[in-house]
Design a protein around this ligand. Structure first.
Ligand code: FES
Ligand code: FES
Length: 189
């Protein structure tokens, strides 16, 4: 005789859910009390978003919702309905890693790697809003993320190095973009 396992709780009921996950529209049916971390990992295919503590203390599950860092283990998926969600998989530009990814590899910011997706997402948001953070600002931005391997200094170094790359890229872009005419209307005649 087939034994059916009884659910611990009655089903909450499904609701339609649409969000842009790393630039791809995801149309899903989700339990209306589903946690965003579960939806991202189990239904949207974002296995880069890690489950660490599941209680809001480690930062491994960090994602960006409309550009703001959020803990996906403490966020109801319905809160992100209609939003733009960025996970670690969305940081690279095609085959080109985001400078923060390159510098974590270069400077030893990632060792076992389990905490890394959360740090990368939070650091990318920091650099988006503050391209040239000082060490105190970097430490403040990552204070919700835990790492058991690195001792944190390499992570701070990685973020600072990524900041330097982004600033130098901006400077190159500025110097190659056409300059505005400093003497509008002057014809030289
Ligand atoms: S899994 Fe979300 S904060 Fe640890
Ligand atoms: S690199 Fe291992 S926990 Fe951070």
């Amino acid at each position: 005789m087939v034994q059916h396992r009884l659910p611990m709780l009655p089903s909450a009921g499904e609701v339609p859910w649409i969000a842009s996950v790393n630039g791809t529209e995801k149309k899903l049916n989700i339990e209306n009390n589903a946690i965003l971390l579960d939806v991202l990992r189990d239904q949207a295919g974002s296995l880069g978003t890690k489950r660490g503590c599941d209680m809001g203390t480690c930062g491994c599950c960090s994602v960006l919702i409309d550009g703001e860092p959020r803990l996906s283990c403490l966020t109801l998926a319905v809160e992100a309905d209609g939003c733009k969600i960025t996970t670690v998989e969305g940081l690279a530009d095609g085959h080109h890693l985001h400078p923060i990814q390159e510098m974590f590899a270069e400077c030893g910011g990632s060792q076992c790697g389990f905490c890394t997706p959360g740090f990368l997402v939070v650091a990318s948001s920091l650099l988006e809003n503050n391209p040239s953070p000082n060490d105190e600002e970097i430490k403040s931005a990552i204070e919700g993320n835990l790492c058991r391997c690195t001792g944190y200094q390499q992570i701070v170094d990685s973020i600072r190095a990524a900041s330097e790359i982004l600033i130098s890229e901006e400077t190159i872009e500025d110097s190659t973009s056409p300059k505005s005419d400093p003497h509008p209307g002057f014809t030289g005649e």
